[in-house]
Write a protein that binds this ligand. Structure first.
Ligand SMILES: CC(C)(COP(=O)(O)OP(=O)(O)OC[C@H]1O[C@@H](n2cnc3c(N)ncnc32)[C@H](O)[C@@H]1OP(=O)(O)O)[C@@H](O)C(=O)NCCC(=O)NCCS
Length: 293
């Protein structure tokens, strides 16, 4: 196996490898059966490769591509969300490998890209792999990676959710609520920064966080649901399309920020926000699955 730079001429073979990876994962992952066509896989690989700062390597065996990896440096956290995933590091954005050679291919592909990432001062490296791809899981753990988060899902039918509150007032957030939503999301990030998560939190990202909330509120594909105690906003949930770079089945809604003020917890507010937002999701055409980290 030889590791060489990812060039334009590798896009078709890498795309076929990516489509095969999703197909193989779908055999076991019945909740998130992602299937992409050859054209769809090509759009993902070519689009990822063309995005700023991206570079990659391919593993070749003779004339056959057995694996590839595209990644980039993440130098500064523009938003709290980015900081949560990789504070100052590098991320693998797209990857696939032939099942019979995956373990060794991933190890060698990473060995080829990691030195330049470390030399650039980027010491935290991230990748998303399917829990159903045992070869990939084994390969990345063998390289010293740990598990920082897990994306989970279920269907959007929440009629059976127990413990919802009959008394709490829930309403949709508007542009008037941006400050209150930003306050709760900031508190969520601060919560995630304490034990046991110890997620990186950078207070300098707060202005960008407010701008992010503002644009999400203005975007009709996303929505915020707020829990109120009198006039006061005490809880929030946001749902909308999955974040960029995450490939999920069609009509799959992402559950993003979820926070209830500490004094109000365990009174059914979280369950009520979730049930109401899933009702919205089903009415908005996200009828198959919801996913969250
Ligand atoms: C998670 C959260 C939104 C739930 O809100 P809530 O109003 O307390 O939720 P509910 O009262 O509807 O409780 C639902 C269940 O969640 C459980 N729960 C709450 N926090 C939990 C936690 N950190 N870990 C495990 N379970 C938790 C409650 O015990 C309850 O379980 P039960 O019905 O079996 O007793 C709230 O606890 C919170 O804001 N936590 C901090 C932020 C966070 O972790 N957000 C989610 C990740 S982004």
């Amino acid at each position: 196996m030889e590791i060489i730079e990812f060039e334009e001429r590798h896009i078709d073979d890498a795309s076929a490898r990516l489509a095969a990876r999703y197909e193989a994962e779908s055999q076991n992952n019945t909740l998130f059966p992602v299937r992409v066509s050859a054209a769809g896989a090509r759009a993902i690989v070519a689009g990822t490769r063309a995005s700023p700062g991206m570079s990659g390597v391919v593993a070749v065996d003779g004339s056959r591509i057995v694996g590839f990896l595209l990644g980039r440096l993440i130098l500064s956290p523009p938003t709290s969300t980015a900081a949560l995933v990789v504070a100052r590091g590098a991320g693998v954005a797209c990857h696939a490998a032939e099942p019979s050679a995956a373990y060794e291919a991933y190890r060698q592909l990473y060995a080829a890209v990691a030195p330049a990432w470390v030399a650039s001062g980027c010491f935290t490296h991230g990748i998303q792999v399917s829990a159903f791809d045992q070869q990939a899981v084994d390969a990345w753990f063998s390289l010293g990676f740990g598990q920082a988060g897990m994306r989970v899902g279920r269907d959007t039918n929440f009629d059976d959710v127990a413990g919802t509150s009959k008394t709490i007032e829930i309403r949709q957030g508007t542009s008037q609520d941006v400050d209150e939503i930003a306050r709760l999301v900031r508190d969520l990030y601060r919560h995630l920064a304490i034990a046991p998560n110890f997620a990186p939190y950078f207070s300098e990202t707060e202005p960008a966080l407010r701008a992010e909330i503002e644009s999400l509120v203005a975007d009709s594909k996303n929505t915020f649901w707020l829990a109120l105690l009198g006039e006061r906003v005490i809880g929030v949930i946001s749902v909308g399309p999955p974040p960029p770079g995450v490939v999920l089945p069609l009509h799959c809604v992402g559950v993003h920020y979820t926070y209830v003020e500490p004094a109000q917890r365990c009174a059914g507010i979280g369950a009520t926000l979730l049930a109401r937002s899933m009702e919205w999701a089903r009415d908005s055409g996200y009828h198959t699955r919801c996913s969250t980290i």
